[in-house]
Design a protein around this ligand. Structure first.
Ligand SMILES: Cc1cc2nc3c(=O)[nH]c(=O)nc-3n(C[C@H](O)[C@H](O)[C@H](O)COP(=O)(O)O)c2cc1C
Length: 313
């Protein structure tokens, strides 16, 4: 290593308390979090053994005027950040706050602390996780695995609920079908989809045109082929569909929802499952409240997730 590089790295360690390798790991973990339209709406800064993640104050999407999706995205990124700090062997003390309507989270690395086997497995899964919107195989997700996923999604003022019975499947299919029809007829939504995807992201807008099944009601644009409600109900019975919700609906609750979603996703990934998530239908207030009513839950719906084994290609 050149002398200049060693000197520069020394300065970096002195100024931030993090080594260059640690900084690279933290940045990598955060960048791998799921985010609305792959927009990564956060900024990560590093200070004396503290990593601070801030919600970006950028103009936001019409379909998410309250910025709920943005904060859920920040929550997922925060989860990855905490796991990265823990897998580097630091204790992680997290403080979430908000000012001027924007959330920020500080992760303080305090003292050496061995990561647990579960934290290590989740940290490993961060790099494997990705959205899988294609159909699943018919292999069911075992009860044991479902329990592990709901356990991972459980947190402070945050929980989850599987869509279970035939009656629920029919009711939920009806609501998702209606939401998809509304977005299908909305050219503004298609424009947003194109505008917010990061240049290095996948082409979500194009992908939406090829989607089939439940994923199609989660990323519906003008070109999406809409499944009928009968088929949707059948898929809701066959796939493992989880509603993640919170007890409150404030910015900190949205961050918690994002953390819960990411934990559930990483737990599933480590077990070889594929996952996709959607919030698009929940942007219609009648769908958000209707889902809670029909599923008889006091949780405020924040995210719908589908889990399964990938179909053989
Ligand atoms: C808050 C939030 C909302 C999302 N909503 C949807 C959605 O409605 N439909 C969908 O197909 N994907 C949705 N996603 C998934 C993102 O599109 C996906 O994470 C992003 O494109 C990055 O791709 P990756 O998950 O494969 O890394 C959402 C992600 C987040 C964090």
């Amino acid at each position: 290593m050149a002398v200049a590089q060693v000197v520069q790295e020394d300065v970096q360690v002195r100024e931030t308390g993090w080594s260059p390798a640690e900084i690279a790991e933290l940045r990598e973990a955060v960048s791998r979090a799921p985010s609305i339209h792959n927009s990564r709406p956060w900024t990560l800064t590093l200070h004396r053994r503290t990593a601070v993640l801030r919600e970006n104050p950028e103009p936001w999407m019409n379909h998410d005027p309250e910025g709920r999706d943005r904060r859920i995205s920040c929550g997922a990124a925060l989860m990855n950040l905490v796991l990265a700090v823990r897998s580097l062997g630091w204790g992680a003390q997290v403080e979430v706050g908000d000012s001027s309507g924007l959330v920020s989270a500080a992760v303080n690395a305090r003292g050496a602390a061995e990561p647990s086997p579960r934290e290590l497995a989740w940290a490993w899964a961060v790099a494997q996780r990705r959205s899988h919107r294609a159909p699943f195989s018919r292999r069911p997700v075992s009860e044991l695995l479902r329990e592990k996923i709901t356990d991972a999604a459980t947190g402070v003022r945050c929980g989850s609920r599987w869509v279970g019975s035939d009656v629920e499947a029919v009711e939920v299919a009806r609501m998702l079908g209606r939401a998809a029809s509304a977005f299908h007829a909305d050219p503004d939504y298609t424009r947003e989809l194109a505008a917010h995807v990061k240049p290095d992201g996948r082409r979500l807008q194009r992908e939406s045109g090829d989607l089939r099944g439940l994923a199609a009601v989660g990323l519906t644009a003008l070109t999406t082929h809409l499944p009928d409600e009968h088929h949707l109900a059948q898929l809701l019975r066959d796939e493992s569909v989880l509603l993640v919700g919170t007890r409150g609906d404030r910015p900190a609750d949205h961050v918690r929802a994002g953390q819960a979603v990411e934990r559930a996703w990483l737990e599933a990934t480590r077990a070889g499952l594929s996952v996709s998530m959607m919030t698009q239908p929940l942007h219609l207030p009648e769908v958000r409240t209707g889902l809670a009513e029909r599923l008889g839950t006091s949780l405020i719906p924040q995210v719908i997730m589908r889990f399964g084994y990938p179909a053989e290609s």
